[in-house]
Design a protein around this ligand. Structure first.
Ligand code: FE2
Ligand code: FE2
Length: 372
């Protein structure tokens, strides 16, 4: 007798096969697993390819300051795979996209919130998947990675949350911008209650994010060796400006950090956390938000920075709409073009020229679909 399998049964079987084959995620099995995940999650057979980016030298480039490109993946919010596999598929797709870049980026930056609730299995799963990146990984911490065990597991896997490095004449700084004052001890919260309170963002109980005094002091010392016309790119998880406090789209000591950066001709800040196209410029500082592989947040109700070209609200029938990953093209002067690789939309480039001209030149395309 022929057995008829329901859609759910087929889905669950396919899911089991996917995760069984994830047990040993070496390169060869990753390729199989990620291709299956991409096909299943999006109805797309092949990984999204990026818009070709011109890596030709610009006028100011030199041997000391060559232009280069790095890719980013961010905010995957992984649950354990037995609980939720959609976000796992999202990260697999991000890694696959980046591995398909030709030429490969110089490195891949991961923008924080790898885990959903900071749990050992979530973080280990993320680390296991990220090992399959062909290019070197640089990673930053997000609040979802941190507040269960106060960063213990994350640091065991990835090292210090605050560090800097130099690459092709650019000084990169990675900050932990999600430092919160203790709101949990007085309330007698368990570690999981603390984690869920921070993850809630809009519950009103937690403290605002900060970089905090010790890190600001470290930042001043770290940047002391960089001249005023040096090329500086900062990674922070929350935006290093004040956008919307109720959702912690906000860093409470942003003004102090901006003050530290004010002596440079130009600085770029790339941040995660907001899960959307977000562009801002405050004086000498250019800010770019990055996309999430898990879900897009809605835009803050109090309005956007003037330079932001908003993406349309996602298609409710497509769970990965409004998600994606992308790349950053670094020019010889240290300023960047930001490429948003939206999975189910046309990629969008927000160029250095657009920010330098305060939105007068090189306007990114307006969204090409209606909002829902
Ligand atoms: Fe996030
Ligand atoms: Fe976050």
């Amino acid at each position: 007798m022929a057995t008829h399998k329901s859609v759910e049964t087929k889905y669950m079987e396919e899911r089991d096969t996917l995760f069984r084959s994830m047990r040993n995620l070496d390169r060869r099995s990753f390729l199989k697993v990620s291709a299956a995940a991409a096909a299943a999650s999006a109805g797309l057979a092949a990984p999204h390819s990026f818009v070709p980016v011109s890596v030709a030298a610009d006028a100011e480039s030199s041997d000391a300051n060559p232009p280069f490109r790095f890719a980013y993946i961010s905010d995957s919010h992984l649950y354990e795979k037995r609980i939720n596999d959609r976000f796992v598929r999202g990260l697999l797709r991000g890694v696959d996209d980046v591995n398909n870049l030709d030429p490969q980026p110089d490195f891949v930056f991961y923008g924080g919130d790898l885990a959903q609730l900071g749990q050992v299995k979530e973080l280990e799963l993320g680390a296991e998947i990220l090992k399959n990146l062909k290019a070197p990984l640089k990673i930053m911490v997000g609040e979802h990675d941190w507040y269960l065990d106060m960063g213990e597991k994350w640091q065991e896997l990835f090292g210090e949350p605050t560090y800097s490095f130099d690459h092709k004449g650019v000084h990169f700084v990675v900050l932990n911008s999600v430092v919160e004052e203790d709101f949990w001890t007085a309330r007698g919260m368990t570690p999981m209650e603390r984690m869920k309170t921070v993850a809630g963002l809009d519950n009103g109980l937690q403290s605002p994010f900060t970089v905090g005094e010790p890190q600001r002091k470290w930042l001043v010392e770290d940047l002391a060796k960089v001249p005023e016309d040096g090329r500086v790119i900062i990674f922070s998880h929350s935006p290093l400006y004040k956008l919307y406090k109720q959702w912690n789209f906000w860093t409470d000591d942003a003004d102090e950090v901006q003050q530290i950066l004010s002596r440079f001709q130009n600085v770029t800040v790339i941040h995660g956390h907001t899960h959307q196209l977000l562009t801002n410029r405050i004086g000498n500082i250019h800010f770019h938000g990055v996309l999430s592989t898990a879900w897009p947040w809605p835009y803050a109700p109090e309005g956007m920075p003037e330079l932001t070209i908003e993406m349309t609200r996602p298609d409710p029938f497509n769970p990965s709409d409004g998600c994606g990953n992308g790349a950053v093209q670094v020019h010889a002067d240290g300023l960047v073009d930001k490429i948003y690789n939206l999975w189910n939309r046309n990629p969008i480039t927000v160029s250095k020229k657009y920010l330098v001209s305060m939105g007068k030149e090189d306007l990114p395309p307006k969204p090409n679909r209606p909002s829902y």
